[in-house]
Write a protein that binds this ligand. Sequence first.
Ligand code: MV4
Length: 448
Amino acid sequence: MFQRILIANRGEIALRVIRACKEMGIATVAVFSEGDRGAHYLSMADESYCIGPASSSESYLQIKRIISAAEVGGVQAIHPGYGFLSENSHFAEVCKDCNITFIGPSHEAMQRLGDKVSARNAAIEAKVPVVPGTEGLVTDEKYALKTAKEIGYPILIKATAGGGGKGMRVARDEAELLSGLKQAAMEAEKAFKNAGVYMEKYVENPRHVEVQFIGDHHGNVVHLWERDCSMQRKHQKLVEESPSPNLPKSVREEICKAAVRLAKAANYTNAGTCEFIVDPQNNFYFIEVNARIQVEHPVTEMVTGTDLIQLQIRVAAGEELPFKQKEIECRGHAIEVRINAEDPDHDFRGSPGTITKLRLPGGPGVRFDSHVYDGYRIPPYYDSMIGKLIIYRPTRAEAIATCRRALDEFVIEGVKTTIPLAKRILNDPNFVAGTVHTKYVEQSMLKT
Ligand code: MV4
C-alpha cells in the first residue's frame, strides 16, 4: 500500500481524497495555487506545496509542477480528482514514466475510451447499444449527406475529442448539416486541437443515465448501479440520484451489464462511468465514458455502502476488488444537489466572494461534502461548485422530504447560490414524478 499520496486537485474533491487517505493511514501531500492559499482544507494534508499563480493553466494544469511537488513530497501515487488533469492521458503516462502510480485508468485505456469515436467503436464491439450514426469520423460531405439520409434527421454532430456537450451541433436538414459540420469542426479544432467530428441520430429530450464501474488489476470489473443525471442546465448537472426513477429493473440490469462489458473489453482498471441516454421507450444508447471519478460519486457510495475513493486507492495499489458483482446491492435512495456560488438572476454567472454566514443542514440522512467554512473566500478562478448536499433515505419519497428540509435549513450568506433553484427543483411536480429529461430545466423551469 502507498505511504504518501499527492492530490492533484483542489476544493471539495481534494478534501474528499485527504479524508479517505487519513482513514487508510496514508499520508497526504496537497498542492495549491496562490488563489487557494490559506484554504483550511490544505491544513488537513500532511504537507502542501504552492505550485503557481491562481490561474489553472499556470498551476493545477501544470504537469511539471505537479510532478515536482510529487518528487519533493516523496509520494508513491497521485490522485487527480475530477476535471484538471484527471482525463489527460499524457499526464497519466508521465506519472508512469516517473514511477508514480496514477490513481485511475492506464493511459492506454484513457485514450481508447476518451476519444468518442474510439469509445463508440469499443461499444459496438462489446455489443453495447449505440445511436445509429457514422462508422467513424465524417471525412467528406457526400458521406455525411448519405449517412444523414439513411438514419434520418435530426442529426447530432459531435467532436470526437469533445465531451460534456462541447462542440455539438443539431442539424435538422441538409443545409444545417453542411454548415453544422464546418462549424463543429472549427470549434473542435479550436477547443481540442482535433477537428474530428462524427454524427449520430439526435435522440430528442433523453434522460441521462450513467453507470459507475470499477475494475482491478486481476481481471475483475463490477458495476455499482446507475445514477440519473437528467436534471441539468447547459450540460451542468444540478441534481443527481440513484436509483434512476421510473427505469424498470430489467433495463437497469441491462444498462449496468452493458457498462461492464465495455469496461472489460477496453481493459479498463480503476473507477469510471459509462454515460447513456434513455429515450421515452426506455431504449438506452451508449454516449461516452468518463474515465475519472465524478462529482456525483457520493450518490453511488450511499446506495451501495462503499467508499469509492478508498476503493480507487486499493485497486491502484494492486489489491483485488473486495466484493463480487452479486454482493453489490442498490439499497435505499440517494439524491445529490450541487451547491454552486452562482447568481440565478444573472444567467448563473459565478458569484465569488466571502461567505459571511454559513449554517449547514444536518440530521438523519444528510451529508454535505464541501471545503467551505464561515469566512471562506470563494475564489473567482475556478468552477463555481462549492459543495454537494447528499441525502440518503430508504425511499425516494423520504429522500425528497429530507432534501427539502435540509435545503430549508441551509444558510449561505455573502454570495449568491443555487439553493433557491434547488428548492424549486425539489418541489417541482415533474421532478417528484421522476419524468424529467435533460432539457426540462431549460425548457420548463428557466424559461426566460
Ligand atoms: C446525445 C443526445 C441525444 N442524441 N446524443 C452529449 C454529451 C453528453 N454528456 C450528453 N450528450 C448527448 N448526446 C444523441 N445522439 C443528448 C445528449 C445530452 C444533451 C445534449 C444536448 C444538450 C444537453 C444534453 C444533456 C444531456 C445529454
